[in-house]
Design a binder for this molecule. Structure first.
Ligand SMILES: [Zn+2]
Length: 459
């Protein structure tokens, strides 16, 4: 369970649409008929296939949301098809720092092109458990579950038994997701001798062995990329990607050191995606997050996942990257392990005086990192245009040295240069103005408090 969960809003339709909403809901599933004094239900029909389209947002988040949403498939007889279908029933925006969704079939009444769900509380920096919790919750609404049914405290990065049972009651259980469970396989097989009614001919046959699904082996390669130089107590990025053996080696700016190891995964013939887990540990390091669970598609390279590693001791350090298919039967056979040897340096002597002078004269008082971190979490900084909008009212903002493509770098450049600008003619610090412009986008979230705290410390 993530530490803090954002507030979620169940979006409601305008009153003049409710009659039509009921007509559509009833047409979709006759269990939705209204009861006196109660709001009509908004479930989809069983075996519904819902198309889901992301209207914007970071591609790495799309992937993670898709992975998390799949958990519903294991208890509900529905399928989510992610893609770019213009007629997608469910349309997801990341355009505002909020969490909301229409409930069930109400989504059918939302005008085409308009979002039916907002996951803007998530950013590429959100940890896995937050992504999972928000996604599972929001897709609960997609399936027609209200807060009452999801449970007031139903936030978690896994579906609770109660919620899963509820979804099963509405949609039935998705048998394909359980086909490897012996008792289900047995129940689905025609029982010889049972239909004929001839008791005499009944013979006890030994239970048939549970058929193992046909597995095909696929070769993959794990790539791990790290910076050339790392320093004690300074976090650095470590990127891990699962790639095809013949794909070019992972190439990421600032992470030139790449280690690779080949391995295998085993895919049941009927599975489009298989679950794969990547863990990173280091004896004298802090690693965030500790692991990712990703989905592997046949023949596809996964986008890189980023771990933030902070070495706490100087000298040689071993960081262990371990990855395996998340299926008990094959986990051991599929494990790939890479040891990354890094040499963590204490900031070099030549650097020290520089750091000290710049600290003394640092108008940001060491707050640059935290400020850039917070700004990165806002959906508005996702685009270069959005970042420019935070410069409103700051003279000379047009002439700043910028990087349009890399969010963090761009924000870093903006913050550094604004700090050098000092105060605006009105007496306010340029940086404080930037924070002012950012605050409306953080309104009501913890980011708002942290931004205000930074702003106070600057003055
Ligand atoms: Zn909700």
């Amino acid at each position: 369970m993530p530490e803090t969960m954002p507030t979620c809003t169940e979006m409601g339709l305008a009153p003049d649409l409710r009659k039509e909403a009921y007509r559509r809901a009833y047409g979709e599933n006759s269990n939705n008929r209204s009861m006196p004094g109660r709001r009509h239900k908004r479930y989809w029909r069983r075996r519904v296939r819902l198309r889901i389209r992301f209207l914007n947002g970071d591609p790495s988040l799309h992937w993670r949301v898709e992975e998390a949403a799949m958990a519903w498939r294991s208890c509900a007889n529905v399928s989510f098809v992610f893609g770019d279908d213009p007629d997608a029933e469910i349309r997801v925006t990341f355009g505002e720092p909020a969490l909301w969704s229409y409930v069930g079939t109400d989504a059918l009444l939302v005008p085409a092109g308009q979002p039916t769900m907002c996951l803007g509380v998530l950013t590429p920096l959100s940890d896995d458990s937050t992504v999972r919790a928000c996604t599972l919750h929001a897709f609960g609404h997609v399936l027609g579950l209200t807060h009452e049914q999801l449970g007031a405290t139903g936030w978690g990065d896994d579906l609770t038994d109660a919620v899963a049972a509820f979804a099963e009651e509405i949609y039935g259980r998705d048998r394909t997701a359980w086909h490897r469970e012996p008792e289900m396989t047995a129940a689905e097989e025609p029982t010889t001798g049972a239909g004929g009614g001839s008791q005499e001919s009944f013979t006890i046959t030994p239970p048939a062995p549970v058929p193992t699904p046909e597995l095909s082996e696929e070769r993959i390669r794990l790539d791990v990329a790290t910076p050339a130089q790392v320093y004690v107590d300074e976090p650095f990025d470590l990127a891990v990607a699962v790639r095809q053996p013949d794909a070019p080696v992972l190439a990421i700016d600032d992470l030139p050191e790449v280690l690779s190891e080949e391995g295998s995964v085993f895919r049941p013939a009927d599975e489009a995606v298989i679950k794969y887990r990547i863990e990173v540990t280091g004896p004298d390091c802090t690693v965030k997050p500790s692991h990712y669970e990703i989905l592997l598609r046949k023949g596809a390279n996964s986008p890189p996942r980023y771990f933030q590693v902070t070495p706490h001791e100087a000298g040689k350090q071993t960081i262990i990257v371990s990855a395996y298919q998340q299926d008990e039967a094959v986990a051991a056979q599929t494990r790939v392990r890479i040891e990354v040897l890094i040499s963590a340096q204490t900031p070099a002597p030549t650097r020290t005086p520089l750091v000290m002078t710049s600290l003394a004269a640092d108008p940001l008082k060491g707050l640059k990192g935290p400020l850039v971190d917070e700004l990165c979490k806002l959906a508005v900084t996702d685009s270069s245009l959005g970042r420019s909008s935070l410069l409103d009212g700051i003279p000379g903002a047009d002439s700043l040295n910028r990087d349009e493509n890399i969010r963090r770098l761009d924000l870093d450049l903006i913050v550094t240069q604004l700090a050098q600008l000092g105060r605006l003619s009105g007496g306010q610090m340029a940086i404080a103005k930037l924070i002012d412009n950012a605050l409306p986008y953080a309104s009501g979230y913890e980011i708002e408090e942290r931004l205000r705290a930074i702003q106070q410390q600057l003055e």
